[in-house]
Design a protein around this ligand. Sequence first.
Ligand SMILES: NC(=O)c1ccc[n+]([C@@H]2O[C@H](COP(=O)([O-])OP(=O)(O)OC[C@H]3O[C@@H](n4cnc5c(N)ncnc54)[C@H](OP(=O)(O)O)[C@@H]3O)[C@@H](O)[C@H]2O)c1
Length: 310
Amino acid sequence: MLAKPSGFEHVLVLGCGHMGGALVSRWGEACSTASYDSGSVASRLPKLFSIVDRSPNAPFGTASLLPPRFQAYASLEDFVQSEPPKVDALLLAVRPQQILAALSSVFASERAFMLPSATIMSLAAGLPLPRLRASLTSASPLFRVMPSIPVAIGEGILLISSDGEKKAATDNTPFMLVRELFAPMGRSVFCSDELLDKGTGLWGSAPGYLFQMIEALAASACALGYDAEQARILAFQTFKGVGIFADKQYAEKQLSPEQLVASIALSGGTTEAGLRVLRDKDSGLVPLMRKAGELAYQRAQKMAQEMEKK
Ligand SMILES: NC(=O)c1ccc[n+]([C@@H]2O[C@H](COP(=O)([O-])OP(=O)(O)OC[C@H]3O[C@@H](n4cnc5c(N)ncnc54)[C@H](OP(=O)(O)O)[C@@H]3O)[C@@H](O)[C@H]2O)c1
């Protein structure tokens, strides 16, 4: 018999597009490969994930694609009509513009499908905790989670904030349960809501910035005369290799990014010559990355304002 998980029992995922789909596929993988041996990460994953997405393009829209212990529904009504076990965690994975409508449908009268103490988690960029809290009709534990897309392969980062009191790391506090739920996704960092907000344009969007860097490397190679296929192979493998190498150097020798750069950029050498452009204090990577992060953050705030007007 399966041992009882000590984490959430039944998670409802509302919205299963790009990010919801990435999280669900990773949970599916973790549940299907792992045993329920007590103490394992999988033993603390929920017994049931219910996914509600109205889009015909949503992944897992057909039963045959669903991992074990996952159920998919085309609407909240369909879900409720299936008389599911009570939900103890709700993950809102809809777009920021859709979240208030989604919340009000969840909290519409006669919604008895959630435990009153159910934990609520939002992925929405630009919607701070006080605004979310004001839309709740219960005193539920509330979290914001900002994941990056490599959660799909268990190598993402997640910023997590809450307006609740962070208690000691004892079992079954909402903090621990949220940490356990996202454990298969990569590395989590708990931070203030303000930092999560400001970091959205940096960490949530960073995969896009790095994909752009891969494209820039490949385009530079093409300009030198490599064909497109060669350029792509070289650019992708360079990123993959550098990521794994840097992670290993950090884990084993605690080498900082500056030390890693110094280990390659020998004085008077070729890399050092190229780095002069990338390290320019006005036009180099640091000011560019800051500007990209700021613009993305401003966009998230604008989206939140537009949402308030609706
Ligand atoms: N994508 C990323 O890399 C990323 C990174 C960090 C955070 N996030 C956050 O993750 C959240 C989701 O983003 P996304 O890129 O995954 O969006 P997405 O691909 O558009 O997925 C949202 C899905 O939810 C469905 N939906 C919306 N309201 C619904 C409702 N009331 N009932 C049922 N289904 C509903 C949508 O259907 P329709 O298309 O029919 O509306 C869509 O299939 C956002 O809040 C975003 O800020 C995303």
